[in-house]
Each structure stands twice: as C-alpha cells, then as structure tokens.
Design a protein around this ligand. Structure first.
Ligand SMILES: CC(C)(COP(=O)(O)OP(=O)(O)OC[C@H]1O[C@@H](n2cnc3c(N)ncnc32)[C@H](O)[C@@H]1OP(=O)(O)O)[C@@H](O)C(=O)NCCC(=O)NCCS
Length: 161
C-alpha cells in the first residue's frame, strides 16, 4: 500500500540518508561526493521558490521509503525522477506504482503532453521500470539513455500500450 504526499522541509534528513546510501545512489551520478544537510537545505530553499518543480515523498504504509518528482515543468513537458531510498523496499513493485502515480499527475493533473527522463545505461532496474511503462529511447550517449513518454501513448492503467 503506497501513500504519497508533497515533499516537506522535514524530509531533508531522509533525503541525505537516501541520497548517500551506496546501495541506492550507485547509478544516480558520476561522482562519489556525498550530500549533506546543508546542501539539501539549499536544494530545498531553491525548490520552494521554483514554480518548475514538484516533488513528493513516497510511503509504504507508515514508512517513508523514497521521493520522486517533476522538474523543468513547462506548459507541455517535464523531466521525471524517482528514488526508493530504502533498499529493502526495492523490487516489490512500489517504484512502479509510485511512478504510475507520477505519470498520472503529469498527464492528468498538469495536462502535460510529454514526460522525459535520463537514466544510466547500467541502471537495469530503472530501465525495466521505464520501458514497462511505455517510455521510448530518444537518445543514447556512452553512459546515459534519454527517454520520453507522450500522453497519447500512455493509457494511465499500467502503461500496457
Ligand atoms: C529504479 C527504482 C525506482 C525501481 O523501483 P523498484 O520498486 O525497485 O522497482 P519495481 O519493483 O517497481 O519494478 C519495476 C520494474 O523493474 C523490474 N525490476 C526491478 N528490479 C529489477 C532488477 N534488479 N533487475 C531487473 N529488473 C528489475 C521489475 O520486474 C518491474 O518490471 P515489470 O513491471 O515488467 O515486472 C529503484 O530501484 C530505485 O529507487 N533505485 C535507486 C534510485 C534510482 O536508480 N532511481 C532512478 C534514477 S534514473
């Protein structure tokens, strides 16, 4: 059972814990640099000022397990991100359920036409997640894959297209 609420300043310690978890962050960035409470406070201050970002905290029952969101939101499109920060919750279908919620939010609530994302080629769980929801590859670099999903190609009920 997942529950989703808007991302709050009080989530900063969890962001730090999740983003610094080596079992979770290995395909998130190229450097081994850790984040800190101070860096996440700055991220949050900028986030609260930005009309182009919307982030959410994901719960499994009463346990916060990760976060996800949209950034670079325009009238037509946005970029997506998801992180299940508690690794014991990986592989249980919660990432997919949460991401479906985020797709519905983008396409139905925000009325966007296109949702995009970027994923490291080695991030097999994330690639499976995105392809299973109908995302198509638009570009590949040596390390990254860029994908998009158009509203017209998403049926809103599990992405079976
Ligand atoms: C990527 C991530 C969100 C997936 O969430 P999850 O809850 O573990 O994934 P789910 O259990 O919902 O599975 C989603 C799909 O991926 C597949 N999958 C999950 N883990 C997998 C693995 N280790 N290997 C292969 N496929 C896998 C599932 O079979 C499922 O596909 P299906 O619906 O066709 O059966 C999660 O692993 C995560 O947060 N990783 C760390 C952060 C990250 O890499 N975020 C993505 C940045 S681009």
């Amino acid at each position: 059972m997942i529950h989703i609420r808007r991302h709050l300043v009080s989530d900063i310690p969890l962001r730090v814990q999740w983003l610094n978890n080596p079992h979770v962050n290995s395909y998130l960035r190229d450097t081994n640099e850790c984040t800190t409470i101070q860096k996440e406070k700055i991220w949050f201050q900028n986030y609260l000022k930005s009309p182009h970002k919307k982030f959410f905290t994901i719960y499994s029952y009463s346990h916060p397990i990760g976060f996800m969101g949209l950034s670079h939101i325009t009238k037509k499109s946005a970029d997506l991100f998801i992180l299940i920060g508690e690794e014991k919750y990986h592989g249980k279908g919660l990432g997919k359920k949460s991401f479906q919620w985020l797709l519905d939010y983008g396409f139905q609530k925000l009325q966007l036409d296109t949702l995009r994302l970027c994923v490291f080629q080695k991030n097999i769980p994330a690639l499976h997640l995105y392809t299973s929801l109908g995302f198509r590859i638009t570009k590949k670099t040596r390390k990254e894959i860029f994908m998009k999903l158009d509203k017209k190609d998403y049926n809103g009920a599990g992405g079976k297209i």
